[in-house]
Ligand binder design. Structure first.
Ligand SMILES: Cc1cc2nc3c(=O)[nH]c(=O)nc-3n(C[C@H](O)[C@H](O)[C@H](O)COP(=O)(O)OP(=O)(O)OC[C@H]3O[C@@H](n4cnc5c(N)ncnc54)[C@H](O)[C@@H]3O)c2cc1C
Length: 400
């Protein structure tokens, strides 16, 4: 254990860490730098994990998966980010693991036995999740994409935005309104999750996409999507018609915890880079790390990353106990908030430590900084996390 580490791993977690470390060792900083500069999806890295069965991490053994839990996946994702791949590397595979969760929990037996073994073998992927729309980001119950029943099919029309990894996925988990918001008692009712075969949707000309020109994470691309009379068989429904929102939320807390673990790995990568440079670079005849103005921000970032890590891991150890769901939800949200800010502080300190080289691609810290900034926006903004804590933990009134 590294001095100051707040977490000691279980035997199973150590096994995960060591296996992931072995895979990541094949993809050095140069690999990620090149992918980032060319804006290319890291297919080699993702395929390597898929071939080793990691897409099936959360898939039960009866469907060919590894039968792990979020307790192990936090280790996996932290390790990937800390290896130098950063948030982008973790995000490149994140969807492949978490988007199968709604299927595992709510999918029909037919869908599960058809798809989950193939996902676990790395032969197919459910990398994309489509919720956000131009008029519904934080306010996700305001989505307008509709799925209207027609015989034994649903006809989907609408628009999504910011949907990641569409270019790297075989399937999309789509959230659409099966009843308009104006016709339901509770704003969270009337939404349904569907599994969309992307190739089929493209082939039939019922789906168009356009990549969004953005910065932050260059290797994971996000898309605007337009659905026009996309016909889905009723077998494409995941879970209960009209109950998709609460079923989706079910998995989101654990996913948030894993995002927090990715932030911790990113923060650690930034601190490692900062410490290395601070030890080597000499100015005024001494290593710059001897100056407290350089040392303190790195030390403070380390303390913050470790504090967030303690919350992530203690919470992850409790996810299997379903009676704890509310407490896990609160701590998963707080973990994401603390970890994203800790990653940002760490990346900022690393950039400052590098002086002018802080913005040179060669030293990677500018990439970490871009990625760390993004973690304060996705998958939920820091303000919306605070709203959650204010309302659900502190029982303060909802203001919106
Ligand atoms: C790179 C990237 C990848 C993404 N990938 C996906 C994906 O794969 N699938 C998907 O469905 N979505 C995805 N998203 C969308 C993401 O989840 C949303 O961007 C995010 O939820 C915020 O929504 P918004 O951008 O519409 O911001 P808005 O909701 O427009 O909010 C704008 C600002 O106002 C603040 N704000 C709004 N209301 C309140 C309030 N009541 N109190 C306090 N502050 C408030 C917000 O915190 C934010 O700072 C992605 C986004 C990005 C940038």
């Amino acid at each position: 254990m590294v001095l100051g580490e707040t977490v000691s791993l279980t035997e199973q977690q150590r096994l995960v860490r060591d296996s992931i470390r072995e895979v990541c060792a094949e993809f050095d900083a140069g690999y990620w730098r090149e992918k980032d500069a060319s804006g290319s999806y890291p297919h080699e890295f993702v395929d390597r994990l898929a071939d080793h069965g990691w897409f099936g991490a959360l898939i039960p053994e009866e469907y060919g998966g590894a039968g792990m839990t979020t307790r192990e996946v936090v280790v996996m994702m932290e390790e990937i980010a800390a290896s130098g791949g950063g948030f982008s590397a973790a995000q490149a595979v994140h969807g492949a693991i978490y988007n199968s969760v709604p299927l595992v929990t709510y999918g029909s037996e037919e869908l599960k036995s058809e798809l989950l073994p193939a996902v676990a073998r790395g032969e197919t992927s459910i990398q994309a999740f489509g919720l956000t729309e131009p008029n519904a980001g934080s306010d996700s119950t305001s989505i307008e994409t509709s799925a209207v029943r027609d015989g034994d099919e649903y006809v989907v029309n609408g628009q999504k935005i910011w949907i990641s990894r569409v270019d790297a996925s075989d399937y999309l988990v789509l959230v659409a309104r099966t009843t308009p918001k104006s016709e339901v008692d509770s704003r969270t009712d009337g939404m349904t999750m569907f599994l969309v075969d992307l190739d089929e949707a493209f082939d039939r000309g019922t789906l168009e996409v356009e990549a969004i020109d953005k910065t932050a994470s260059n290797v994971v691309h996000s898309y605007e999507m337009w659905f026009e009379d996309l016909r889905l068989p009723e077998e494409a429904v995941i879970g209960e018609v009209g109950d998709g929102f609460s079923q989706m939320l079910d998995g989101l807390n654990e996913e948030r915890l894993v995002i927090a673990a990715e932030c911790i790995g990113l923060g650690q990568a930034a601190i490692d880079a900062g410490v290395e440079y601070a030890s080597e670079r000499e100015v005024f005849g001494q290593p710059i790390g001897a100056n407290q103005a350089i040392q303190h921000p790195l030390a403070e970032a380390y303390a913050r990353v470790q504090a967030a890590k303690a919350m992530v891991y203690t919470t992850a150890n409790e996810v299997v106990d379903e009676t704890n769901a509310k407490s896990v939800g609160a701590r998963a949200n707080m973990s994401k908030f603390l970890a994203a800010d800790a990653a940002f502080d760490a990346a900022d300190a690393a950039v400052q430590t590098h002086g002018g080289f802080g913005v040179a691609r060669e030293y990677d810290v500018e990439r970490y900084f871009r990625e760390a900034r993004l973690t304060r926006l996705v998958p939920i903004t820091q303000q919306l996390v605070l709203n959650y804590v204010g309302e659900n933990v502190l029982d303060l009134p909802r203001s919106y």
